[in-house]
Design a protein around this ligand. Structure first.
Ligand SMILES: NC(=O)c1ccc[n+]([C@@H]2O[C@H](COP(=O)([O-])OP(=O)(O)OC[C@H]3O[C@@H](n4cnc5c(N)ncnc54)[C@H](O)[C@@H]3O)[C@@H](O)[C@H]2O)c1
Length: 449
């Protein structure tokens, strides 16, 4: 489709005018870890912004002027809500009034590790029912290359409007890093790739209003692949260093000392650290979107599969470490009191999705361990959220709870943990994060003697 068709030219220049004068009405579909920070940045830039989500509790919270995402201050939500620039609704019919529509819905994996695009498809079908000429639709959910062109575009075009001519379509991967105070939605560069040059340009203009740097690429497919390269890069390097940790374990070398010393090389090396396994909504999942897609063209993504095996086995190595530690005190896993510290998938955040702590706990429970956990960010663990399927509640972290445990296992090293207190009062410790610097006879570290 040519970018120079008259209809496209007038629709594009009209939207460009609205974007540059901040009179465009921005819509965000899916107000989770990605969508809410984005909606707040659009509101901050001056756009009248409306979020649409199926979750009525989120909508009610936002419409009270409150945030439910730790990285988004309630003060910002309150300010923009009061100013009439940030609203939220479950009513999809508002989509017809938007000039721009950003889709930030989940893209999980099925149990078979195949992509589950059902959230994207249902959000796009919802948009298609209300699509208007001149609107810009941007998919942000992480997905395999080709999704925007092969899945999103045909659904949106069902009503007769054509992408690049009557409405505009692009992909722009989200790079949010929950808990990162330095790199935020505003200052992490944003990659955009549109179906036509106009689509790319309009998406760039939208994001430039609220994000410091926007990087254009030639197509949605390239933008989709950029995100998968970034996350596969991390999954593979974490897999490498996790395997190195297992080698170090056998060889009696501290992998932590090795990585820190290697990181002094000023070029050609980037430190990755071992741990109890991958967690969160991105690194354990996204690479499999790519390996699934390339199977269609007869290609086997060997690095991705291998990293998946190594990283996926880490929780079992942690369980073995716990068994070794207890064994050193002539105890068995069965019947021992095991206190897990930190169940979120990374430090100082409240997200437990895919957290390796849950796998470690499930296996320890299955082997007869008496489990408890402490996590200030996750006061409750619902039965449906982990494989062992029982409700649990965080216990207070006191000298008594530490002393009462046969083994304390540090899975996620939140900043609130008092290392000295843990060292002094816990009789036996398994440290999967090198949280406790130095070595002590009662501390067993992953990847260290
Ligand atoms: N969380 C991260 O750190 C992160 C980082 C980069 C990219 N991503 C990607 O961004 C996307 C969103 O992730 P997230 O962490 O924000 O997910 P999330 O689960 O926190 O939020 C998604 C929201 O979408 C809503 N939703 C689902 N279907 C909907 C529909 N049809 N209409 C309206 N709302 C709907 C859900 O109710 C939920 O509030 C995923 O593709 C993820 O891979 C996430």
């Amino acid at each position: 489709m040519s970018d120079t068709l008259p209809a496209a030219v007038s629709a594009a220049s009209s939207l460009e005018h609205k974007l540059t004068t901040r009179t465009a009405r921005a819509g965000v579909i899916g107000l989770g870890y990605v969508g809410l920070p984005l909606a707040v940045e659009f509101a901050r830039a001056g756009f009248e912004t409306t979020g649409v989500d199926l979750d009525a509790r989120k909508i009610e919270t936002l419409n009270r002027g409150e945030s439910y995402i730790p990285d988004v201050p309630t003060a910002d939500v309150a300010e923009f809500h009061k100013a009439g620039r940030l609203r939220a609704t479950t009513d999809a019919s508002v989509i017809a009034s938007f000039d721009t529509i950003n889709i930030c819905v989940p893209t999980p994996l099925r149990k078979t590790k195949d992509p589950d695009l059902s959230y994207v498809v249902s959000a796009v079908e919802m948009i298609a029912r209300h699509l208007q000429p001149g609107q810009l639709v941007v998919l942000e959910s992480t997905t395999y290359p080709g999704t925007t062109d092969e899945v999103v575009k045909p659904i949106l075009e069902r009503g007769g409007l054509v992408a690049g001519r009557d409405f505009f379509l692009a992909f722009s991967p989200e790079r949010v890093d929950p808990g990162n105070q330095t790199w935020t939605t505003k200052n992490v560069p944003k990659v955009v790739g549109g179906t036509t040059a106009d689509c790319t340009r309009l998406a760039r203009i939208l994001y430039s209003a609220s994000i410091d740097r926007v990087v254009e690429v030639s197509s949605p497919k390239v933008a989709e692949m950029v995100k998968l390269l970034e996350n596969t890069f991390r999954a593979v390097n974490i897999g490498l260093v996790n395997e190195l940790a297992l080698m170090c374990d056998r060889l009696g070398i501290s992998v932590w000392e090795v990585v820190d010393a290697a990181a002094t090389k000023p070029f050609g090396f980037m430190p990755f650290y071992p741990g109890p396994g991958l967690g969160g909504h991105c690194i354990p999942i996204d690479p499999f979107y790519l390996s699934w897609k390339v199977k269609e063209v007869g290609f086997e993504a060997r690095f991705i599969e291998l990293a998946g095996h190594v990283n996926g086995a880490m929780p079992h190595h942690v369980v073995d470490k716990v068994a070794d530690a207890l064994n050193s005190q002539s105890k068995a896993v069965r019947g021992s009191k095991i206190l897990i510290l930190g169940i979120a998938y990374k430090r100082d955040i409240d997200d437990i999705r895919e957290s390796p702590a849950l796998d470690v706990m499930a296996v320890l429970k299955q082997r007869g361990g008496h489990l408890s956990y402490h996590d200030p960010y996750a006061p409750h663990l619902a039965a449906r959220d982990w494989p062992a399927g029982v409700d649990m509640a965080s216990v207070p972290l006191t000298t008594q709870t530490l002393a009462a445990a046969d083994c304390v296992v540090i899975i996620t090293d939140h900043k609130t943990f008092n290392h000295q207190e843990i060292l002094t009062h816990a009789p036996l410790i398994v440290d999967t994060r090198n949280a406790l610097k130095g070595s002590w006879p009662h501390v067993f570290k992953l990847g260290a003697p």
